[in-house]
Ligand binder design. Sequence first.
Ligand code: NDP
Length: 485
Amino acid sequence: MRTERFQVRNFINGEFIEPNSGRYLDNVEPATGKPYSQVADSDAQDVELAVAAAEKAFRDWSKKTAAERSTFLLRIAELIERDREKFARAESIDSGKPVSLARSMDIPRAVANFRFFATAILHTESEAHITDDVAFNYTLRQPRGIAGLISPWNLPLYLLSWKIAPAIAVGNTAIAKPSELTPMTAFLLCEICQEAGLPAGVLNVVHGTGPNVGAPITAHPKITTISFTGGTVTGKKVAEACAPLFKKVSLELGGKNPNIVFADADLEAAIDGSVRSSFANQGQVCLCGSRVFVEKPIYKQFVDRFLNKASQLKQGDPLDEQTEQGAIVSKTQLDKVKFYVDLAQKEGGKIALGGSAPQAPNERCHEGYFFQPTVITGLSVSCRTNREEIFGPVVTITPFDSEEEVINHANDVEYGLSSSVWTQNLSRAHRVAERIHTGTVWVNCWLVRDLRVPFGGMKQSGVGREGGEEALRFFTEPKNICIAK
Ligand code: NDP
């Protein structure tokens, strides 16, 4: 169906093409609640075309030297940086996040992802194992072929580039599927790849829904590597589709992250950090600390100061430079947030802050998907609100008595993505960090990211690690060559 709205088309074999179905889905701007563009509603046939292009491109791309591949990735990074404002604005309109956040976090991080892996491949080492007088072995790490890369809507370019950069840096070709809710920066990235002269078929982007595009990617026998970031329920479906085909799979899934504040913490820093980790990107970061635990002697003081600081967050039009809290990504997500706030009250929680939609910041945003930063107290640690991922600007605060007790609370959920611990006692920091079941533990900080460190979750928060050396290993196949002496 043709309309006057801008149409986000697929990028296959180096060209922008119509989806096989000829159909497009409306792409809604969360701040206004109105469609502002359209996105290709692709299907398995489009995935098939992308596979053919990626398979053909793999022959040459995998044979290029690391230095040659590096040059392309560096050029892509440079061009995204040149267009930083355009990307930041597009990300803000598409996802509802404040433009200042997109400019300071999402887009610079996408640039960093390309730069990091462009240079990482120039500094790799390989192992050799000497078998006494009999033989020596060395390990070849070769690209695996076509990688399927599926990402969510909360950090669209940030997370997609986190997968694309390592996958193609080591010589794979890729088929990426962004969330259909936030396709715009993936489209801009494809334009940049064209300009950078990335050979046709090295990166293909197929837009559309999870069932129509994501599922065919996970089921395609020629796409042998799957890197998925998204919710745990979808992650299970991805795992089920990949298992019988013995695909190599990395799953980065949901979280219900504890944020633990001990009485000896630097309170100012703990409050600043906790407000940020509760509400950054409207609480729609998988690493957000949605369960805050505070040691009893400072509980009241902490809650008062936390509420005071959170109530000062400036909600507004995401395109307004002053805005700190933008819109929720979709009506569905907004309804989910409302559902959990209602549930929290039924479970005996007290709304200490927020709890409803704010007044529209301006005429343009009259029908946008906004929700106030919300703080809930008085809940039991075992209630649903404290166990299930909400993925919105909702945080619970719960007092605790002892280290042992709070470690149990922290671990008593199905998720295990990340955690924060605030204390000035170094021994306690080490002790607690060692016993918390999460893939990342931040001590006296939150969201400090070094691209070299392993990133991923435990339990229902995922399988495998990405980042640095882990990503280079994930996207390659180790082969042992044994040579007799
Ligand atoms: P979803 O799991 O709904 O979707 C993630 C991606 O998978 C989307 O592109 C989606 O397409 C696609 N998809 C849906 N169904 C299938 C399927 N059957 N097969 C293959 N792909 C499919 O997650 P959200 O987009 O709602 O993102 C929010 C979730 O992501 C939260 O749970 C959050 O915690 C998690 N997340 C985890 C991170 C981590 O690093 N651990 C980082 C960021 C987010 P479509 O958009 O069409 O549904």
